[in-house]
Design a protein around this ligand. Structure first.
Ligand code: ADP
Length: 647
């Protein structure tokens, strides 16, 4: 076993790897960018080395600097985590040339799986079923159209160098083929510098089922399947193991195919073979096809760990340090069922926009495994993936595990940023999902119901209002009491975008009525603190004028100072605000400029995309509050137009 390893990554996966290293007594070296200098993974490691600027190209992608850091700190091996350099064969070559061990497969194995067409051809030779289609070198449009006819519509055009769904087009009928091909090719050329495509049969009702494999360079075993069909725009949202409806025959067939795939390329370490499965008619041993192999540890590996009891990172370290496979196929068994939900800082009602913010409070229930790279007080910055944590549960059956997932999500507490927690909760309660009827289209079909904003529960609202007025402490004998009548206090709050008038009436110490608009909640103080309409209080976090009540869903209520409400600035179209956190790239106007409706006033860069900010109406610029180059938070006022009667 190694004495010291370097983890070339950040966030939850770096912390995850360090956890196992600690358990094995292995010393750890963290690397970090400037903005991550005090990150959790840095604190957890024994040694930390700074790499440079926040942008990945200036830090986590600097292979040479990472190798130098390993050499300077006496590390014998580098764990790449996932993303960043994990599937870069040139980095693997460089690590080995420096006399270090790359904890993962050989550069040759990574290259073999790097392009979709070559990988499909290789798998087909190894006897692994691949999606019927054309993956040849000849790329003339006429010839590709003929191939598409032969495969039979609908077909999928895929960039051979593709990833993240880029350069992929679904074509329903021959008349649409030429245009779809041209746009897939040009997108692929721009994104990957390679316009080659392959064409395959489009599987209707597709399920994404992948098999965890593990090799020692010669032999491989599989650790069963994971179902990752709950996807939004090809991004996995909730994963589970085993797959609902899986039969022993199909599991054996998929497992054997995955092991063949791994052994065909002399695979070493943890890998995932992804299959597309036709779910239209139950699961059948002849109804799955190879899609691609991910030559690294996968984000969703914890569900496999939960059902097999294997620590995959421990296996990675043991095999990389020269041991052979820790166990044989027959020693591996499935116990119970596991789910993983990906908790993100994102604004779901705004279309799942990535969000940022300081995590004023972060807590997970003790019954769940929470893999996270952040703590209370840490910042979700715009520089990296906005994942906060993975919440993982395990139960004796799917039904038990699903109940535990619902409960774990309900008890997860995040204040300081918007999250997708309510969306995950709605998914966990979805009828089809509960019945195991999953396919990759489920979220898209039911998106409206899954993202519907629930009206705040009156009891939670009342609790927030009491907290924001400082009345949620144990009442003193004379609290809020006047001789001639109960004392009333009026406040205005904002919740879920609505302004709400509230009135708190203290009838006796410890007996309070809280009216939010027309709903009245009775608050009573007893031995266990305040109860609202008889229900115990939720956990709560107050920061400044905002209270976050950790009910299900989480509720954020902000007290509004009536003097601060600028008369209808937003409604009159006078204020241009940042729709998401980002970098102001350009500001095109200055105070005094006349602008017309729809005119581009500024450009905000967020999550590698540029967003034009347009004038909502004709008018004159009164004030420009942000300059080019400024980093701004969501909702920051950038430009104000003169009020219409001012002009
Ligand atoms: P990328 O590498 O760009 O992510 P993949 O080949 O992994 O592309 O496919 C991404 C997703 O697209 C899959 O998870 C699946 O939901 C869908 N998909 C891929 N191939 C097919 C197919 N032949 N039929 C139907 N859906 C497919």
């Amino acid at each position: 076993m190694f004495d010291t390893i370097l983890i070339a990554n950040r966030g939850e996966i770096a912390c995850r790897v360090i956890d196992t290293c600690r358990r094995l007594g292995v010393r750890t070296v963290a690397v970090h960018s400037d903005v991550d200098a005090t990150a959790r993974h840095v604190d957890m490691a024994d040694v930390a080395v700074s790499l440079g600027g926040a942008a990945p190209a200036d830090s986590y992608l600097r292979g040479d600097a990472i190798i130098a850091a390993a050499q300077a700190t006496g590390a014998q091996a580098i764990h790449p985590g996932y993303g960043f350099l994990s599937e870069n064969p040139d980095f693997v070559d460089a690590v080995e040339a420096a006399g270090l061990v790359f904890i993962g497969p050989s550069a040759r194995a990574i290259r073999a799986m790097g392009l979709k067409d070559a990988a499909k051809a290789l798998m087909s030779q190894a006897g692994v079923p691949v999606v019927p289609g054309y993956q040849g070198a000849e790329q003339s449009p006429d010839m590709l159209a003929t191939e598409a006819e032969e495969i039979g519509y609908p077909v999928l055009i895929k960039a051979v160098a593709g990833g993240g769904g880029k350069g992929m087009r679904l074509v329903e009928a021959p008349t649409a083929f030429a245009d779809a091909l041209a746009s897939a090719q040009s997108e692929a050329q721009t994104a990957f510098g390679n316009s080659h495509v392959l064409i395959e049969k489009y599987i209707t009702s597709p399920r994404h089922i992948e098999v965890q494999v593990f090799g020692d360079g010669e032999r491989a075993v599989h650790l069963f399947e994971r179902d990752c069909s709950l996807q939004r725009r090809h991004q996995k949202v909730i994963e589970e193991a085993p797959a609902p409806g899986m039969t022993p025959e199909m599991r054996a067939a998929m497992g054997q195919a995955a092991v063949r795939a791994a052994e065909a390329i002399g695979y070493k370490g943890a890998g995932t073979v992804e299959f597309i499965v036709d779910g239209s008619d139950g699961l059948r041993p002849d109804g799955f096809w190879f899609m691609e192999m991910n030559t690294r540890l996968q984000v969703e590996h914890p569900v496999t760990e939960a059902i097999t009891g294997v620590d995959l990172v421990e296996w990675q370290l043991r095999v990389a340090s020269g041991e052979s496979l820790p166990c044989a196929q027959e020693d591996l068994t499935i116990t119970g069922h596991s789910f993983e939900a990906r908790l993100y800082a994102e604004d779901v009602p705004a279309g799942f926009l990535p969000a940022t913010g300081r995590l004023a409070h972060l807590a997970f229930p003790a019954e769940a495994r929470a893999d996270t790279g952040v703590r209370t007080g840490d910042v979700i910055s715009p520089h990296y993936d906005p994942m906060i944590a993975k919440v993982i549960v395990h139960g004796s059956s799917r039904a038990v595990a699903l109940r535990k997932l619902r409960r774990a999500l309900a008890e997860t507490q995040v204040a300081g940023t918007v999250t997708n927690l309510a969306f995950l909760g709605a998914l966990a309660r979805h009828d089809g999902f509960s019945n195991g009827e999953v396919d990759t289209g489920l979220i898209g079909r039911d998106l409206e119901a899954l993202t519907a904003v629930q009206a705040p529960a009156p009891a939670a609202m009342a609790q927030a209002v009491m907290a924001l007025t400082g009345l949620d402490h144990a009442p003193g004998p004379l609290d809020g009491f006047a001789l001639w009548q109960p004392l009333a206090q009026d406040v205005t709050v904002e919740a879920a975008g609505d302004m709400l008038a509230c009135r708190i009436v203290t009838r006796a110490p410890g007996t309070v009525d809280v009216a939010v608009q027309d709903a009245v909640v009775a608050a009573c103080f007893g031995a266990n603190g305040w109860r609202f309409d008889g229900q115990p209080a939720f956990a709560l976090h107050v920061e400044g004028a905002s209270a976050t009540v950790f009910g299900d869903p989480t509720l954020v209520v902000t007290r509004i100072d009536p003097l601060d409400v600028e008369a209808g600035a937003g409604a009159s179209g006078a204020l241009v605000e940042a729709p998401m956190p980002g970098l102001v790239r350009q500001v095109y106007v200055a105070a005094g400029d006349a602008v017309s409706k729809g005119q581009r006033l500024a450009v905000l860069e967020a999550m590698k995309m540029e967003h034009s900010l347009l004038a909502a109406r004709d008018g004159v610029v009164a004030e420009v509050m942000a300059e080019a180059g400024a980093q701004v938070e969501a909702g920051a006022a950038l430009i104000r137009l003169e009020e219409e009667d001012e002009t």
